[in-house]
Ligand binder design. Sequence first.
Ligand code: AMP
Ligand code: MG
Length: 327
Amino acid sequence: MITRIVNAKDGLDEAVSLIKNGELVVFPTETVYGLGANAYDAEAVLKIFEAKGRPQDNPLIVHISDASQAREVARDIPEGYYRLAEKFMPGALTVVLKKSERVPYVVTAGGDTVAVRMPDNETARELISRSFPLAAPSANRSKHVSPTSARHVYDDLEGRVPLILDGGECRVGIESTVLDLTSDTPVILRPGAVTAEMLAPVLGIVPGSGKVIGIARSPGMKYEHYAPNAEAYAARDAASAAEFYDKCAAEGRRPVLLFDDVHAAELGARERISLGGDVEDFMRSVYAALRLAERDHDVIIVQTLEGGGRAASVMNRVMKAVGGKMI
Ligand code: AMP
Ligand code: MG
């Protein structure tokens, strides 16, 4: 199969036809690129798992073009959903609801719940409104770092998908927050750019953390996602990063530092890929930096951020990428 990258607007008509014909299309969103298929077509959805090499017990997110479209893919929708929709949709928030009969079990990994999100990308929403809700995971090979550009997708899925809609670099840069609304109290199953602090005033309650209660509800959480093809570590601080870098270099290995510009002077002439100047920059650029680093380096040393909110969300991904290894 030939894989083509086409400007998102120019490729829209073709993308609609492909989806209607039960084929896959890669589309841009503000979080990461998605690998989409008609969410109502079990056979089409199976192609996603094949193209990614993804285990079938890892459920997909159903992308909708309008918050009210949740009524097609879910049932018994709680009132809280509509309050969240008003504030966070379109946006980087995925909500887990009870699934409707229209959604096949291959989408939900056999479960009775469905994850729903309305992406903040016009081309993506137009593709959906002109075809079907799209079941889509991130458009990377299973277990690799999620893609934040069309080129990243091409590097992973060349020959496995017919069309990649190029919408430029993703603005948010990590996968959406996943919030379960089917339990007694809302639970964050996966942290993201929409934080517990932002959700609490809308929900009227601070959501719980999936780290403690949510694991069994989210089969995807047991997999090591986001790992680069190189040995990777999180650094306690810049001093320990510099020390470890020097040790690796002395051993003849090729280390690289992924650090923000605040630490530039402290790290001196050591090779560094910039993660920008604030938490949002870090979030937006960390996956691209990991993908760049794995090309020419065998040791990747990533900065850690202190604190809660978005810093904690990015650290959730960094710790997965390094497999929990700290120096
Ligand atoms: P990806 O888009 O590749 O990050 O994969 C989708 C992720 O969304 C899964 O790995 C789960 O963490 C989450 N997810 C999807 N459907 C559900 C569901 N029904 N319940 C809980 N989590 C879900
Ligand atoms: Mg993924």
